[in-house]
Design a protein around this ligand. Structure first.
Ligand SMILES: *Cc1c(COP(=O)(O)O)cnc(C)c1O
Length: 378
């Protein structure tokens, strides 16, 4: 069997072990410590001055805390992009709130401003104002930031910016992770940088950071004994994992460039294929980290399609994956409301995520190219 080519695998820069070693040498093997503070500081500097970062155990935990900080309560409705990973939506259920799913638009594959506004108007007409909007920069592609923010402002509904896949992306030269009322990041093993597992809540308000850290460390009141007047969580990032994050921050921009080069590779590979479109920025306002490079087959292709190509890759031990299956089609959310026109369903049916790691080699690219050429010309 040939060596496996992964969709997106961890890529160490070299200094991660040094910082992890420091945690051991100084015995900071705890969910706090110097690596946690340094990692937060380095993210704050990277994103923009005025960003406040709380390092957490996962991106999912960050979304959960964001909903709490925005006062979402049992029975509230929360609007959420349907085409996304389930972690964008599950925390809505943790809160006992109700997710309402909204379709994508074809340019960024993200939250469609028209369907979002239609959904809000309809909920208002039914006497229920949604409490928050979860918007996602899918595969690193920024959503229509200005259009979404205009709607958020018009109806006074805060946006949770799910930037789990978009560290290093930007919209009109402003970094993803700095939009919305609260933003979240993920450092899971397959993301643009990793801490093996981890995430962060990002806000423009110091008080959000303070409150997030308070809730993430069991909501201990100030007292010599253990006293609690609120529900707490165990969501803080460990100082060992934060050491990996510190090292990863040193190579973040390099790795973004390598992922963007992978995207260029696919643009060239599929340039003359009328059947296939490589997912790309709709204009220079958008700058994607191209966390994953994706393609879309034209609708109603009978002979060549995303499943066929995926199986051809699999036979050569190359991993590729369908796009995220929209949440409104998931068994867990089968009773949820959905506002849309079928765009995300069509993307799911015809799309495919391709190997995109920053650590892919020339020989990996040759193998990928061979499979593509053979499949399309067979
Ligand atoms: C990975 C991911 C998350 C969750 O992050 P974890 O750190 O894995 O909990 C949330 N939203 C999106 C869009 C993601 O891709």
């Amino acid at each position: 069997m040939k060596e496996k080519i992964y969709l997106s695998s961890p890529h160490m820069g070299g200094t991660e072990e040094k910082y992890v070693g420091e945690a051991f040498k100084t015995n900071w093997i705890a969910p706090l410590g110097p690596n946690v503070s340094s990692f937060e500081e380095s993210l704050e500097n990277y994103l923009s001055s005025g960003s406040y970062v709380a390092a957490l155990s996962s991106g999912t935990a960050a979304i959960h805390l964001a909903l709490i900080l925005l006062n979402v309560e049992r029975g509230d409705e929360v609007l959420c992009q349907s085409l996304t990973f389930s972690a964008s939506a599950n925390p809505i259920l943790y809160m006992g709130a109700t997710p309402i799913f909204v379709d994508s638009e074809p340019e960024t594959w993200n939250l469609c401003p028209n369907h979002l506004e239609a959904a809000i108007k309809d909920r208002l007409a039914k006497g229920k104002k949604p409490k928050a909007i979860v918007a996602v920069h899918l595969y690193g592609m920024p959503y229509q930031v200005e259009a979404i923010e205009a709607i958020s402002k018009k109806y006074d509904i805060p946006v949770i910016e799910d930037s789990a896949e978009a560290l290093g992306s930007s919209y009109k030269n402003q970094k993803c992770g700095t939009f919305g009322a609260i933003s979240i990041l993920s450092f899971n093993g397959n993301k643009i940088i990793t801490t093996s597992g981890g995430g962060a809540l990002v806000s423009r308000k110091q008080e959000h950071k303070t409150k997030a850290i308070f809730l993430a460390t069991q909501a201990r009141d100030e007292a010599p004994h253990y006293q609690h007047s609120q529900i707490g969580y165990n969501y803080r990032l460990s100082n060992v994992c934060a050491g990996i994050g510190r090292g990863q921050m040193e190579v973040l921009d390099t790795h973004v460039n390598l992922r963007r080069n992978m995207n260029q590779f696919y643009q060239k590979l599929f340039a003359s294929e009328s059947l296939i479109q490589v997912f790309d920025e709709p204009s220079t306002d958008f700058y994607s980290n191209h966390w994953l490079s994706c393609i879309k087959f034209t609708e109603n292709n009978t002979t060549k399609n995303s499943d066929g190509l995926r199986e051809a890759f699999l036979a050569d031990n190359i991993e590729s994956r369908p796009l995220w299956k929209p949440m409104h089609l998931q068994p867990i959310f089968k009773d949820a409301l959905f506002y849309g026109d079928g765009t995300s369903e069509s993307l799911f049916k015809n799309g495919l995520c391709l190997p995109s790691g920053s650590n892919l080699t020339d020989s990996d690219r040759t193998r990928i190219q061979t499979i593509v050429v053979n499949y399309l010309n067979a």
